[in-house]
Design a protein around this ligand. Structure first.
Ligand code: GAL
Length: 350
């Protein structure tokens, strides 16, 4: 089932719509045209109680004020670019240094702050909604007119699939992700640290004190970054380990174990044993930023007035590695003129 409603208006008076897609099992998600935000993901726990497992807000105003990217699509380049600078085809591009002089999630007017066009559909795999955005040449100082579409499809197997597509008329860089914060105990259940996570990665990219990748890979075995088997997120998050000290907890890019570039694999899992809700994350992208919500402060009231404090939700941001445009040893985020940026991430609920 697909329903459509008016969610509200931006401060400039632009209408924001919300779409809710429900599958045959009674699982649903709701997404809004502001930031292509996934605002709700509802499913039954093991006792049959309906839980909303993502953090979100009840008003457009709070999404406009938010600086934590709750549920949004971020871009043109998700995560950080060191010194807010990169070079492409001999040309130097200086971006907005919105994070300690580095560039983060597209800068001050990221895709998370735009009102996207939307169209719902009923498809073979499931029903869903496609969001579209046009990002003109030199928008956020990136080269190339970029036509973007992000499609959310909900299958009857409880897969929430995200298909990202983009085409530019000039060579550019592109790295789109979704910034949903999950708490499988429910968005209103407090800390997310009592959940088990697995990340299918033997290596994590080393970050410096400002979360810029150094180019070095850390073998996770024997460190608190080892999620190769399920581990309680809270078990080692406050260990005295230099990477955790820099990130104030988990906020790092794991280099996924892949046999070949573009292979779709199980990248991560998240499980809450109290509610019995488990999520699997699949992606064809090379990395995942596992971010434990260290900067959440509950400044704005969330859904039903709930305040989301530090570590009340965790993100699995599938992506090219941070600062990969300045690290030739990393998989390249360059999108050539006329070629299609095409990647898929699935959040599957089992
Ligand atoms: C994450 C990033 C964090 C923080 C957060 C937004 O993707 O890795 O360092 O900036 O977004 O608050």
């Amino acid at each position: 089932m697909i329903t459509e409603s008016i969610f509200g208006k931006t401060k400039d008076g632009v209408e924001v719509k919300e779409y809710t897609i429900t599958n045959a099992n009674g699982m649903s998600f709701s997404a809004i045209t502001f930031g292509a935000v996934i605002r709700k993901v509802m499913l039954e726990d093991k006792k049959g109680v309906l839980r909303d497992v993502v953090l979100g807000y009840d008003s457009v105003e709070n999404y406009e004020k938010d600086d934590t990217y709750l549920g949004a699509v971020v871009g043109r380049y998700a995560n950080r670019i060191g010194n807010a600078t990169f070079e492409l085809n001999g040309e130097v591009y200086k971006l907005e240094g919105n994070d300690n002089g580095n560039h983060l999630h597209g800068g001050y007017n990221g895709y998370d702050k735009r009102v996207w066009d939307a169209e719902t559909f009923e498809g073979e795999l499931g029903n869903g909604v496609t969001f579209k955005l046009f990002s003109p040449d030199l928008d956020q100082k990136y080269p190339g007119n970029l036509e973007i579409s992000v499609t959310y499809t909900l299958t009857d197997d409880n897969d929430l699939m995200i298909d990202y597509r983009a085409v530019s008329d000039k060579d550019t860089i592109c790295n789109l992700t979704n910034h949903s914060y999950f708490n499988l105990g429910g968005h209103d259940s407090g800390s997310a640290l009592n959940q088990y996570a697995m990340i299918n990665a033997d290596f994590v990219t080393e970050a410096d004190a400002k979360s810029i990748t150094t180019g070095k890979m850390i073998y996770v075995s024997g460190t608190p970054m080892d999620f190769t088997s399920e581990m309680l997120i809270g078990d080692h998050i406050d260990d005295d380990y230099y990477q955790l000290n820099y990130g104030l907890g988990y906020d790092h890019n794991w280099a996924l174990n892949k046999k070949e570039e573009g292979e779709m694999i199980l990248a991560a899992t998240l499980e809450n044993r109290k509610t019995g809700i488990k999520m699997e994350v699949y992606t064809d992208l090379p990395g995942v930023q596992f971010y434990s919500g260290n900067f959440l402060k509950g400044e704005l009231p969330g859904k039903d007035g709930v305040r989301y404090l530090k570590r009340y939700g965790v993100c699995f941001e599938t992506q090219y590695y941070p600062d990969s445009i300045n690290k030739p040893e990393f998989p390249s985020p360059i999108l050539k003129a006329g070629e299609e940026y095409k990647t898929t991430t699935i959040y599957k609920f089992v």
